[in-house]
Design a protein around this ligand. Structure first.
Ligand code: NAD
Ligand code: UDP
Length: 319
């Protein structure tokens, strides 16, 4: 069995490559390194069954040989405009990865009659009026906000995926991923976990955007990968939320990071970076994942952060 993973050199893609290799699959990784890093795959180089193609998925995809599964994860993923890796600074690439990249990935799945999985996102719910968010909610997205390049690309990608399923009969699935963290997140991509951990490990104050009362629900990467693996193995076609339903304010999250890292510096409040498009509340309803996949997260936030901190220390060359 052979699987193509786009976005392989990114945070989630690199963990997926590892998981599928461990399950005995041949894995073809694909990436153009726009936000990912070859170092994320260095430990897999030379491993039997692993190969890599450097390629921009916005261009036509050709992979020699048969594929049984295609996982489309290539896309910038950080909303932070202060980071060069944030999608507000890669707007056209982000729209193209979600639109053209999804089209090409679906195309390669179709010629192989492969199972296809789209990495979608809680962002398709926008700044939600429904809480917690279940899969039947259609979302509240501003189509012209700086965040829309990501949100609307993913919404289009979901629509295209369902069109391939309904019109071509392709065996597709859609995972709506909620905030996930862990080793191999890009230290400078501006998402809240790398930002806070870098600041805390440098003994600097943590930058909370706005009043910090906005909420998120953080899932450890191993839990997410387990949920995704089960979804790929299922024949579910409708979207499934995968994330951790334990919700926290960003302010409480900052306090927890300072506690776990022993950071004596406090917290500073900064202007809300994304104005009204920064969702105020976010928590997945995972009833469907529980029912269809028998999945729920196992690793609580303190344990997940304890497993993540050594990676960031190593990246920052701190002991
Ligand atoms: P990441 O930035 O670490 O990984 C994305 C990878 O895709 C990078 O290696 C990047 O170089 C590659 N890429 C981007 N555009 C490409 C293109 N045109 N051609 C080839 N490669 C390209 O981000 P991540 O957190 O690993 O996210 C992976 C996927 O999961 C994304 O589709 C993202 O939207 C989705 N997602 C992630 C989260 C999360 O919390 N991590 C939440 C929701 C959705
Ligand atoms: N955030 C913050 N300080 C930071 C980075 C992010 O307060 O240094 C906030 C951000 O405004 C958002 C939340 O943390 O409300 C999560 O941000 P992230 O970029 O991780 O992703 P999002 O969940 O918004 O997609």
């Amino acid at each position: 069995m052979r699987v193509l993973i786009t976005g392989a050199a990114g945070f989630l893609g690199s963990h997926l490559c590892e998981r599928f290799l461990n399950e005995g699959y041949e894995v073809v990784g694909m990436d153009n390194f726009v936000t990912g890093n070859p170092q994320n795959l260095a430990h897999l180089a030379g491993r039997e069954g692993f190969s890599f193609i450097r390629h921009d998925v916005s261009d036509f995809i050709f992979v020699p040989g048969k594929l049984d599964i295609v996982l489309h994860f290539a896309s910038p993923a950080s909303p932070n405009p202060l980071s060069p890796f944030g999608y507000p600074n890669l707007p056209i690439q982000t729209l193209k990865a979600g639109a053209l990249g999804t089209h090409h990935s679906l195309g390669v799945a179709r010629v192989n009659n492969a199972r296809f999985l789209l990495a979608s996102t809680s962002e398709i719910y926008g700044d939600p009026e429904v809480h917690p968010q279940d899969e039947s909610y259609w979302g509240r997205v501003n189509p012209i906000s700086p965040r829309s390049v990501y949100d609307e690309a993913k919404r289009f990608a979901e629509s295209l995926t369902m069109a391939y399923h309904r019109f071509h009969g392709l065996n597709t699935g859609i995972v709506r991923i909620f905030n996930t963290y862990g080793p191999r997140m890009h230290i400078d991509d501006g998402r809240v976990v790398p930002n806070f951990l870098k600041q805390a490990l440098y003994r600097q104050p943590l930058t909370v955007y706005g009043d910090g009362l906005q909420t998120r629900s953080f899932c450890y990467v191993d839990d997410l990968i387990e949920g995704i693996y089960r979804l790929v193995m299922s024949d579910e076609h409708d979207p499934v939320n995968i994330g951790n339903p334990i919700e926290s304010t960003i302010l409480d999250f900052a306090r927890l990071i300072n506690k776990l890292t022993g950071n004596p510096a406090d917290i500073v409040f900064r202007e809300r970076q994304r104005g009204e498009s920064d969702p105020q509340r976010r928590r997945p309803d995972i009833t469907r994942a529980r029912r269809i996949l028998g999945w729920e997260p196992q690793i609580d936030i303190e344990e997940g952060l304890r497993r993540t901190i050594p990676y960031f220390k190593e990246k920052l060359a701190l002991s």
